[in-house]
Design a protein around this ligand. Structure first.
Ligand code: PBG
Length: 343
């Protein structure tokens, strides 16, 4: 007999619910739609959405990605088209990710430094055609390396400082091409400061840095790796540079370090499994804080919806609202267009 069983087993409650709650009824405000709307604490707006877009070579090309139903790789001309559409819907910014031709990938990701690589060509074209939308570009090396790691691989090790020098130089090329926000997702130490210095020395004082400050070594990136063609190449894992999913205090130290080095905005990635991190970072630093609802999160909702197991649209809205509730200023999400259309 545990200490609760006496309560549980007792006969009909002697006290009325009013006696128990003191006439406090939390259901009162939930009774109708107008009332629920009146007391709603968080709202999704189109302004909260950042749309990640996958790029490919070619012209007039759209290629579906198996693990991400509804998401396409786009050639630059098509990406411009879609950027126009996103801007018309009021989406503030897009984030581009390239699927680089195999022949351009090498051990050190040297093609990341080419002013005319796929990312930079796309930025130029989008900036010219749709100047009103913000362009966010990643400087991690994974789309450019034969091994799919975010940095330079030497003797089985991802070497930190050499990688940082290269991504800082790549960031300047991206700024020259029209990128408004450099978003390094590689998790090398010292990259934010090095990118800031490199941008400033080249006169790009106004180009901002959104740090993937807390990026976890996650299983939820699978579909993305298919999308940019690194899935089959990646040898080993990224545990020596991404954060252990078990750690939260360490994530705060990462965020603090990036702020000290000059990050303008912070990002938490993946999203839903890490809302505690979003909440703590937003509360602690009060810097614009974003979350990336990553490919695996998108794929789970789409797959369950396709099987008729959940209502995909409702799950999409609920998941995006959860980011707002946790304190996000915005969300990178593959649902951005779909959500913006609903709004
Ligand atoms: C790597 C990078 C990743 C994502 C974007 N850039 C993770 C990875 O492949 O390790 C994931 C995005 C997603 O899953 O949607 N620099």
């Amino acid at each position: 007999m545990n200490k609760f069983s006496r309560t549980v087993n007792r006969p009909a409650a002697r006290r009325s619910v009013d006696e128990i709650t003191g006439s406090r009824r939390l259901r009162r405000t939930r009774k109708s739609d107008w009332s629920r709307r009146l007391v709603r604490e968080n709202h999704l707006r189109v302004d909260d959405l950042i749309w990640p877009v996958f790029l490919m070579e070619g012209e007039n090309c759209q290629e579906p990605i198996d693990a991400m139903p509804g998401v396409m790789r786009l050639s630059v001309d098509q990406a411009v088209r879609q950027a126009e559409r996103a801007a018309r819907l009021g989406i503030p910014a897009i984030a581009t990710f390239p699927n680089i031709a195999s022949s351009m990938r090498d051990e050190t990701g040297s093609h990341s430094l080419d002013p005319d690589n796929l990312i930079n060509r796309a930025s130029r074209a989008i900036k010219e055609a749709v100047p009103e939308i913000g362009i966010i570009t990643d400087v991690a090396l994974d789309p450019f390396t034969v091994h799919g790691h975010d940095g330079i691989l030497r003797d089985g090790e991802i070497v930190n400082d050499e990688t940082v020098m290269q991504i800082a130089a790549a960031a300047v090329r991206q700024a020259e091409a029209g990128s408004d926000i450099i978003a390094p997702s590689d998790m090398m130490d010292g990259r934010i400061g090095a990118i800031r210095d490199a941008l400033d020395q080249s006169g790009f004082h106004d180009v901002a840095i959104m740090s993937y400050a807390t990026k976890f070594a996650s299983a939820f990136y699978g579909p993305y790796r298919e999308a940019i063609g690194t899935g089959d190449r990646l040898k080993g894992d990224k545990k020596t540079y991404y954060i252990d999913p078990a750690n939260a205090d360490e994530a705060l130290r990462e965020a603090e370090q990036d702020i000290l080095e000059g990050a303008d905005m912070l990002m938490v990635k993946p999203g839903l499994p890490y809302l505690d991190i979003v909440h703590r970072i937003r509360d602690t630093y009060a810097l614009p804080t974003f979350a990336y609802q990553v490919s695996g999160e998108y794929a789970m909702i789409k797959a369950a919806d396709a099987n008729g197991w959940i209502d995909g649209e409702k799950a999409m809205i609920e998941s995006l609202l959860a980011f707002k509730r946790a304190g996000c200023d915005g969300i990178l999400t593959y649902f951005a267009l779909e959500m913006a259309e609903l709004l």
